[in-house]
Design a binder for this molecule. Sequence first.
Ligand code: HEM
Length: 206
Amino acid sequence: MDHSEDQTSNLDGLQNRSFMGRFTTATGYVALGLLALTLLIGPANLLLRKRNPVSNYLRRDVGAWTAIVSVVHVIAGFFVHGPPASFGERILSYFFAPDGRPLTNTFGWGNWTGLAATVIVVGLLAISSDFALRKLKAGPWKWLQRLNYALFALVIAHAIFYGALLRVTSPSTLLLGLSVIAVFIGQAVGVWLWRRRHSRTAARLA
Ligand code: HEM
């Protein structure tokens, strides 16, 4: 291969990498937006005075899409960084230093939080069926579904470790801030409405 051909293939590589980087960031934010939506459906039902059952089909569908887009994001994410080595070695380099110690720099923490988030989102997808709800019973099932809050916190930490706060004026970071604010307000309103309604019911029964 002559020198100019070599340069062209390097340039192709760089362009590919930045495409994968952009695709990874885009799918990451779509997954985050869907996740925020799953946390806003409960409070919205309370506000609209609809019944808010333990399980809800809209929330289940949005949750399933959150998991699907997250998995696409994770697979794409493993093509963005790492040495030009086999896929297995490349994945290991996201979590471990060459001497075998766990990576604890911002890149390492970004990936450990991403991994924990992936385990939770896939686990929640696995138990989001009527069959799982019947098997686990409503109490424990609901308790496990609350891992969704931990998932949200892990994804925010993951995005921050990946530098979301270093580009505060970017639309993606704006989306990050907006989803955190929306989820906090939604949850606060949800808790307030739930308490108010339950104290009224208790007063009526007394
Ligand atoms: C082991 C699991 C994961 C890996 C390896 C991973 C990998 C990555 C990578 C490489 C980037 C940065 C892309 C770039 O450099 O341009 C990124 C960003 C991001 N990821 Fe993940 N990810 C994982 C899990 C998740 C999950 C489960 C979610 C959401 C449900 C998520 C949401 C995001 C978001 C929102 C960003 C954008 C952060 C920014 O502003 O740069 N990630 N991820």
